[in-house]
Design a binder for this molecule. Structure first.
Ligand code: UDP
Length: 479
């Protein structure tokens, strides 16, 4: 018999894959006798970055096996919409995952199957094979409170969330207005809504939920989850907080990055960094407001700008990589701000930038990886949520965790130059900015302590791996 195995089944978007691979690395480091297999499907949306990332990890951590599931032909009516595809892909892969898990289990004891919550379709497969199945939740414990409570909200009303104008009183987190819920949850007739409800209900039945956060950051949410208050009509599985799991390994060479070189010449904590995740795209009018606001704020800035979508397209377009910054920003802006700011196209080494001494603030879309990176680096945030669960994250960051300031935006998410000017200045030089800076520095210390020996995340990690032996009644020895 080959060594016992743990199977991880991530969703193939960088923000999901990286944190799960960090978990895989932890499993390997602390339990080298276990075989760690990560399932890789083709990307639901081709970005090119996944292939490069997987080959880098394979080269640097060969003990992690990436098992590439075969390419399948997609049905002609397969949705082109991002979230439908995200949940749809794992459904198409059910027979293949079944066959693959079976073939692994002939040779080795599968101790655990860990599913990204978007790979939910595999839950029925792994549980039908009697395999202990865990979920990996790539957002924080506060968002998990909301996620698990979805089934309660669903059962309490027959209306669509978009037709409700009310605050949800979700245990463990501040009240959340219905308009702040993830847009994919607005209409209960959609497939994506049904997928979320099904996932929330399966999560509650799973062997455990692993959360990419740490107790010190979200104490109230963690306590509420563990008290079972977010699943009022049944038991809550064990909750393991093993984060922050953020990209580690290869550091950016400071000589290679234009951004880091530029930061080296800026005073300490003087630069506000603006970056909006892997999919944050603004229309031209919004870019102009940001530029004008930044200029008037008189703060130093480093701003990552994506090409705006053509007029007839929605926010989901990532825009092409080749474009002329001068053509999309206000006339003369780049020349006028040359001494104070740097604008880079499309992508920048975010974690290295946040960790640079010259950075003193971060305007963020509130993606969870970005949030954790800012917390680890001790950089206060200005919350500018765009998509997915980012609006609720912004509520948690501002009202509960107090590591971010809020930005005034219109109902459709538009922010004018005056609001950018006022809040960027407040973040960098105001009293409220100072309060969130102190708080995030406190959290940064806690984040480091959580992953140290005997820190809360390490304790939870070992509780998790210990549970794998409890499930396997046939084995007496620990791996
Ligand atoms: N990121 C980066 N450079 C960029 C934009 C994003 O390095 O220009 C990284 C960022 O450091 C984070 C991830 O991409 O690790 C974004 O994940 P997050 O969960 O914040 O947002 P998502 O892209 O999933 O919306």
């Amino acid at each position: 018999m080959e060594p016992a195995t743990v199977v991880l089944y991530p969703f193939l978007a960088m923000g999901h894959l990286v944190s799960m691979v960090e978990l895989a690395k932890l499993i390997h480091i602390h339990h080298p006798s276990l075989s760690v297999i990560v399932f890789i499907t083709p990307e639901p949306y081709e970005t090119g970055s996944i292939t490069k990332y997987v080959s880098t990890i394979s080269a640097t951590t060969p003990a992690i096996t990436f098992h590439h599931l075969p390419t399948i032909s997609l049905p002609p009516d397969f949705s082109s919409e991002f979230t439908d595809r995200a949940f749809g892909f794992p459904k198409l892969y059910i027979p293949i995952v079944h066959k693959t898990l079976l073939s692994i289990s002939y040779k080795s004891t599968i101790k655990a199957v860990i599913l990204d919550f978007i790979s939910n379709a595999a839950f029925s497969v792994s549980t039908s094979l009697n395999l202990p199945t865990y979920y990996f939740y790539t957002s924080g414990a506060s968002a998990l409170c909301e996620f698990l409570y979805l089934t309660t909200i669903h059962n309490a009303t027959s209306k669509n969330i978009e037709d409700l104008d009310m605050y949800f009183d979700i245990p463990g987190v501040p009240p959340i207005h219905s308009t702040y819920m993830p847009a994919v949850m607005f209409n209960r007739e959609t497939d994506v809504y049904k997928n979320f409800i099904d996932t929330a209900s399966n999560m509650a039945k799973s062997s455990g939920i692993i959360v990419n956060s740490f107790v010190g950051l979200e104490e109230r949410a963690v306590e509420t989850l563990r008290d079972g208050k977010c699943v009022p009509d049944g038991p809550t599985p064990p909750i393991y907080l093993t984060g922050p799991l953020i990209a580690s390994g290869k550091q950016v060479d400071p000589d290679e990055s234009e951004c880091l070189k530029w930061l080296n010449s800026q005073p300490t904590k003087s630069v506000v960094f603006l970056c909006f995740g892997s999919m944050g795209v603004f229309k031209k009018e919004q870019l102009k407001e940001i530029a004008n606001g930044l200029e008037k704020s008189e703060q130093r800035f480093l701003w990552v700008v994506r090409n705006p979508p053509p007029e007839d397209q929605s926010m989901s377009s990532l825009g092409s990589k080749e474009f002329d910054l001068d053509a999309i920003l206000p006339e003369g802006f780049l020349a006028r701000t040359r001494d104070k700011g740097l604008v880079v196209k499309t992508w920048a080494p975010q974690l290295a930038i946040l960790c640079h001494d010259s950075v003193g603030g971060f305007v963020t879309h509130c993606g969870w990886n970005s949030t954790l990176e800012a917390v680890v680096a001790g950089v206060p945030m200005l919350a500018w949520p765009l998509y997915a669960e980012q609006r609720i994250n912004s509520v948690f960051l501002v009202q509960e965790l107090k590591v971010a300031l809020a930005l005034k935006m219109s109902a459709d998410g538009f922010v004018n130059a005056e609001a950018v000017e006022e809040m960027v200045r407040e973040l960098m030089a105001g009293l409220e900015g100072r309060a969130v800076r102190e708080r995030v520095l406190e959290m940064s210390v806690k984040a480091k302590a959580a992953v140290d020996d005997s820190g809360s995340s390490q304790v939870d990690f070992f509780r998790l791996t210990k549970s794998w032996n409890h499930h396997d009644k046939s084995l007496n020895s620990d791996f």
